[in-house]
Ligand binder design. Structure first.
Ligand code: PLP
Length: 422
């Protein structure tokens, strides 16, 4: 499918007059619609809730919009917990899915009344110590089935190589210990494949976790109150890629629920998700201006954005579609490497990409940067994090995070003997 930008050249120019590039911009209408579509796909499950993976887009304005659409927050660190708290997301609206958890983080999650998702069996003792034996009434446990995770003939991922979760035996042991300490309800969580583009990932994962829930109930007598399918539903980064159909995914999970859980009398189990990418990626763009062009052994387009603003291409070789605003319908008769200015040759947003003829000053949109975009940013080469902008349904826009300044970069030297000019 042809990828189109939610920004026009005219709108981009209007924004750039106030907020210079580079910046990330988010489409509020798209985000709200996505949250509603997800809810509709799981409306058959009365307890359904999405806990948005805060790491994907850690901006309180975004979390606020999602909260208004009924979503909670999936947090993995102290700072992410503070973000949730700041937008009034507390208690069981927070899923604390951390690993290698510092004590301070666990204390904060407990203080907020979050659902605690334990990554390891040894964390039972850790929880017991921190709470002086007053463990929460509901605890979630993260499962690692080991081996490989396959859909049909396709190996999706290798859980046996993943650092997350615990074995089934460890889960049964953890449940027994927690029940002895007073825990009454249990959740089960697993994240077995990332950025999946098949509608069968969630249903297959759900089926595995439903069967596990039955075995654990039978082994321990525990009440399983929710199954957390975590993240992993993907998006179509490439125009030719198929798109996940969330209604089909929801129906697939319902099919397994009815086949596996309902005959066991386990029809009070709530389904939770912790989607990040699926919720936000398509509704964010990185907007950047062409600073330079060079012609050596290849044709290069140099942008004012770099891998410090969007790390995925440099880190994973990920594809991000590019639209040259105002040239949406021009023929793609030029081949360019589109780069940032880091002193690293992997700082390329696109390699040998067919694009329309580009001139200095053109405004480029990098698509699908709404999740794991800004949030993976870093400060290499003294590059500063960009602004974040919200495009509202009425066409107006709001700066929801200003760009960093050199002062921000130097702030951690405050109180030292050095002085920096701005
Ligand atoms: C990263 C992560 C998510 C979100 O993953 P997406 O691929 O963005 O959907 C959810 N849960 C946990 C525990 C994660 O680490």
């Amino acid at each position: 499918m042809k990828k189109t930008s939610f920004l026009t050249l005219e709108k981009a120019r209007q924004i750039i007059r106030e907020i210079p590039t580079p910046f990330h911009i988010y489409d509020e209408a798209g985000i709200r619609q996505r949250a509603r579509d997800l809810k509709a796909a799981f409306c058959w499950n009365p307890g359904f809730k999405e806990y948005f993976a805060v790491k994907a887009t850690p901006n309180p304005y975004i979390l606020q919009i999602l909260k208004e659409e009924g979503c909670g927050c999936d947090c993995a660190s102290y700072t992410e917990l503070l973000l949730a708290e700041a937008v009034g997301v507390t208690g069981h609206e927070i899923m604390f899915s951390s690993n290698v958890t510092p004590e301070e983080d666990m204390r904060k999650a407990l203080e907020l009344g979050a659902y605690i998702n334990l990554d390891d069996a040894t964390h039972v003792e850790f929880l017991e110590r921190i709470t002086h034996g007053k463990v929460p009434e509901t605890v979630c446990l993260r499962y690692n089935p080991g081996g490989s995770f396959s859909l049909g003939n396709t190996i999706m991922d290798m859980p046996r190589d993943a650092k997350y979760g615990m074995t089934e035996d460890q889960m049964a042991g953890a449940i027994n210990r927690l029940m002895a300490l007073g825990t009454k309800h249990f959740g089960i969580h697993a994240f077995l494949a990332s950025n999946t583009t098949t509608n069968e990932y969630y249903p297959q994962l759900a089926a595995n976790l439903f069967r596990l829930a039955i075995r654990l109930r039978n082994a321990t007598g525990a009440h399983i109150s929710f199954i957390n399918l975590s993240g992993g539903v993907g998006v179509d980064y490439r125009p030719e890629q198929p798109c996940c159909d969330i209604m089909a995914i929801g129906a697939g999970v319902q099919r397994e629920y009815n086949n596996i859980l309902v005959p066991q009398g386990m029809d009070d189990i709530a389904i939770y998700t912790e989607l990040g990418r699926f919720m936000l990626a398509p509704f964010g763009h990185l907007v950047s201006t062409v600073l330079h062009q060079k012609h050596i052994y290849r044709e290069y387009i140099g942008l004012d954005a770099c891998a410090a603003n969007l790390m995925r291409p440099a880190m994973y070789g990920s594809y991000h579609h590019i639209t040259v605003l105002g040239k949406e319908d021009a023929i793609l008769d030029h081949v360019y490497d589109v780069t940032g200015g880091l002193c690293e040759n992997n700082d390329k947003f696109a390699i040998e990409r067919s694009l329309p003829e580009i001139e200095v000053g053109d405004i480029l949109v990098l698509h699908d940067t709404g999740a794991h975009g800004f949030s993976m940013g870093y400060n290499y080469n003294g590059k500063l994090r960009s602004a974040e902008v919200l495009l509202k349904p009425d066409g107006s826009f709001q700066l929801i995070r200003r760009a960093e300044t050199p002062r921000d970069y130097f702030a951690t030297f405050d109180g030292t003997e050095f002085h920096f000019s701005d």
